[in-house]
Design a protein around this ligand. Structure first.
Ligand SMILES: Cc1cc2nc3c(=O)[nH]c(=O)nc-3n(C[C@H](O)[C@H](O)[C@H](O)COP(=O)(O)OP(=O)(O)OC[C@H]3O[C@@H](n4cnc5c(N)ncnc54)[C@H](O)[C@@H]3O)c2cc1C
Ligand code: SF4
Length: 448
C-alpha cells in the first residue's frame, strides 16, 4: 500500500460522461477516461483493508487492493497480471459492471466515496492492450474436446479457461458473431463492440474455434466432444399480454436494441423491418437497466419524448437505504446516463391496454396503483390508487425482464453456466459462472 493517507486527502473522482448535447448525437461510448496521473491518484485511495470486502463482493473474487496498489506505483504490467489472475475480460466489466465491489468498499460504507475499481479495471486493460502486455497463450493440448454452446460472457469465460487448460474448444452460437448480450443487447454507447472484437482476436489466436449461425438443440448436443458447457442465456423476454398487444408499434426491448447494434455493425434492414423512434413519443414499460438502454437508444434515433413506467414503487433516493443496509445490494434510485438525457419517470403504474387506430399504436391506458401488505403473507397485493389515464405513445418497448429457462436433465458431461443456469443477472456473474463450469468440467474429466 503506497500512500496510507490518500483516502483522507484525495476525493473520489469519476471520469464522468461526455457532455449531453454531444453524446446524444452518436452511439460512441458515453463514459470518459481520466489521465494517468488522475488514475494513479484514484488508485492510491485504496486502503488495503485487513479484510477487503470488495474481494468478497466481486463474483469473480477480484482483488482491487492488489492492483490498485500496482497502479499507484505505476506498475501497469503487474496490475494487469493481478487483475487477469481472477478476471478473464476486465475490459467488459471495466465498462459495464455495476461494481458490486464499490458498494462493499469500506470508503463507501463510511463516506459514500468508494474507490473507483471499475474504472481502474478499464484503465488497466486499455494500457495492457496498448503496451502489448496481453500475450497470446499457447497451451499444451490435453487431447480432450469440449463444445461450448452460446458465446455470451459465460460461454466466452468457460471457453477461455478450458482452452488455457489444454482442451480443444469449439464455441457454437446461433448469432452471426460472439458476445451474446454484450453485442446484441447492451448498446454501443455503454460498450463499444470493437472491445469485443479485440478480445475475440486473442481467443481465436489462442486456438478457440467459433462456429456462428449454428442454433443447437441442447437436447441433441453435437457429437464428437468429451464434454459440454451450455451457456445459452435467457432468450425469452417477459411479455405483456394485455389487449392491443398485436398493434404495430409494440415491441420487446431487444427488438430495438439488437437491431440498432446490428445496424451500427453495418447490417441493412428493410424499411418495413425497422424499429425506429424518430419523431415518436416513446413509452418504456419496465424501470430497469434494459429500459434505460431503450431510452438512450430512442434519444439517439431522434424521438420526440420518452416516458418510462414501472409497476413497483420508487426506490429510496441514495446514497443508502437504512431499511436495506449493507451487505444487501443497495436498492436505491439509479439514474443512468440515459435518464440524464431526458425522460419522464413514473412508478406504481400498471398497464391496462394498448390503444390504437388503423392497427397502429397511439397510446397506452395505464392506472396508478399501490401495494398493500398481504394479510396471508407473500407478495403484496396491488390495489388501484387513481383513475385510468392514457399515455400518448406511438412506440412502446417492453423491458420487464427475462424468463429463467427450464433446462432438460443433462448427462454428467454437460455443465450449464451463466444466465441459462441462474436466470437473468449480470455480466460479472455470468463470467464467474462460466469459470466455475469450466472448473467443474475439468474436475469431471480428470475423474474419468
Ligand atoms: C439490454 C440489456 C442490458 C444489460 N446491461 C447490463 C450491464 O450494463 N451490466 C451487466 O453486468 N449486465 C447487463 N445485462 C445483463 C447481461 O448482459 C447478462 O446477464 C449476460 O450477458 C449473461 O451472459 P450469458 O453468457 O449467460 O448469456 P447471453 O449474453 O444471453 O449469451 C447467450 C448466448 O447464447 C446464444 N444461444 C442461445 N441459444 C442458443 C442455441 N440454442 N444455440 C446456439 N447458441 C445459442 C445466444 O445467441 C447468445 O450469444 C444487460 C442485459 C440486457 C438484456
Ligand atoms: S468485476 Fe465488477 S464487482 Fe468485480 S472488481 Fe470489477 S467492478 Fe468490482
Amino acid at each position: 500500500m503506497g500512500n496510507p493517507k490518500a483516502f483522507l486527502t484525495i476525493p473520489r473522482q469519476e471520469a464522468g460522461y461526455r457532455p449531453l448535447h454531444d453524446r446524444v448525437l452518436d452511439f460512441s461510448e458515453v463514459e470518459q477516461t481520466l489521465n494517468t496521473t488522475e488514475r494513479r491518484a484514484q488508485a492510491s485511495r485504496c486502503m488495503d483493508c485487513g479484510v477487503p470486502f470488495c474481494n468478497w463482493a466481486c463474483p469473480l473474487g477480484n482483488r482491487p487492493p492488489e492492483w490498485n496498489d500496482a497502479i499507484y506505483k505505476g506498475k501497469w504490467e503487474l496490475a494487469y497480471k493481478l487483475l487477469t489472475a481472477t478476471n478473464p475480460f476486465p475490459e467488459f466489466t471495466g465498462r459495464i459492471c455495476p461494481a458490486l465491489c464499490e458498494k462493499a468498499c469500506v470508503l463507501n460504507l463510511t463516506t459514500h466515496e468508494p474507490t473507483t475499481n471499475r474504472e481502474d479495471e478499464a484503465a488497466i486493460m486499455e494500457i495492457a492492450f496498448k503496451e502489448e502486455y496481453v500475450k497470446i497463450a499457447n497451451p499444451e493440448r490435453n487431447g480432450k474436446k469440449v463444445a461450448v454452446i452460446g458465446a455470451g460472457p459465460a460461454g466466452l469465460a468457460a471457453a477461455y479457461k478450458l482452452n488455457r487448460k489444454g482442451y480443444t474448444v469449439t464455441v457454437f452460437d446461433k448469432n452471426e458473431s460472439a458476445g451474446g448480450l454484450l453485442r446484441y443487447g447492451i448498446p454501443n454507447f455503454k460498450l463499444n463492440k470493437a472491445v469485443i472484437d479485440r478480445r475475440l482476436k486473442v481467443l481465436e489466436a489462442e486456438g478457440i474455434t467459433f462456429k456462428y449461425n449454428q442454433e443447437i438443440d441442447v437436447t441433441k448436443l453435437p457429437a464428437g466432444f468429451d464434454a459440454y458447457v451450455v451457456s445459452t442465456g435467457t432468450p425469452q423476454a417477459r411479455d405483456l399480454n394485455i389487449p392491443g398487444r398485436e398493434l404495430q408499434g409494440v415491441h420487446l426491448a431487444l427488438e430495438l436494441l439488437s437491431q440498432q447494434n446490428r445496424i451500427l455493425a453495418g447490417k441493412e434492414f428493410k424499411k418495413s423491418e425497422l424499429v425506429n423512434c424518430k419523431g415518436k413519443n416513446v413509452l418504456v414499460i419496465g424501470g430497469g437497466d434494459t429500459g434505460s438502454d431503450c431510452i438512450g437508444t430512442a434519444h439517439r434515433q431522434g424521438c420526440l419524448s420518452v416516458t418510462q413506467i414501472e409497476i413497483m414503487p420508487k426506490p429510496p433516493v441514495g446514497p443508502e437505504d437504512p431499511a436495506n443496509p449493507w451487505p444487501n445490494y443497495p436498492r436505491i434510485l439509479k439514474t443512468t446516463s440515459s435518464h440524464e438525457e431526458g425522460c419522464t419517470r413514473r412508478w406504481n403504474i400498471n398497464s391496462l391496454e394498448f390503444l390504437g387506430e388503423d392497427g397502429k399504436l397511439t397510446g397506452v391506458k395505464v392506472q396508478p396503483i399501490d401495494w398493500k401488505p398481504n394479510p396471508e403473507g407473500g407478495r403484496p397485493i396491488m390495489v388501484p390508487a387513481g383513475d385510468p389515464e392514457v399515455i400518448k405513445a406511438e412506440i412502446v418497448f417492453l423491458a420487464m425482464g427475462f424468463i429463467k429457462p427450464q433446462q432438460p436433465d443433462f448427462a454428467d458431461n454437460v455443465f450449464v453456466a451463466g444466465d441459462a443456469a441462474n436466470g437473468a443477472s449480470l455480466v460479472v456473474r455470468a463470467m464467474a459462472s462460466g469459470l466455475q463450469a469450466a472448473a467443474k468440467l475439468d474436475a469431471w474429466i480428470k475423474k474419468q
